[in-house]
Write a protein that binds this ligand. Sequence first.
Ligand code: FES
Length: 114
Amino acid sequence: MTSKPLFRALPGADALIDISFNDGPLRVPGGRSVAAALLAAGIDRFRATPVSGAPRAPYCMMGACFECLVEIDGVPSRQSCMVTVRDGMRIRSQEGARDLPPVAAASLENAHGR
Ligand code: FES
């Protein structure tokens, strides 16, 4: 007995594109999320936890767990399962807690200036 597949590839899913991960070149299938493309390329460590540095990788693949955070084209804390991979993307693993941008850090003062 055969059944109809639950999943269908997006248009362009078979075309290979060039990206980089942690400064290393990768050729991955397009037409899918960054997380799916990296997993297909054998990447299994996407980030490290801020407290213990434990390795993490995508879990839910639908934007709920935040285990797939990476830096994409210089922007940290991107959910790689929610971003479509594009040719030329520069992706880096996210190591620990990211720094607050200067504007956000300045706005942490309360009304009493503390
Ligand atoms: S894998 Fe869960 S939010 Fe991306």
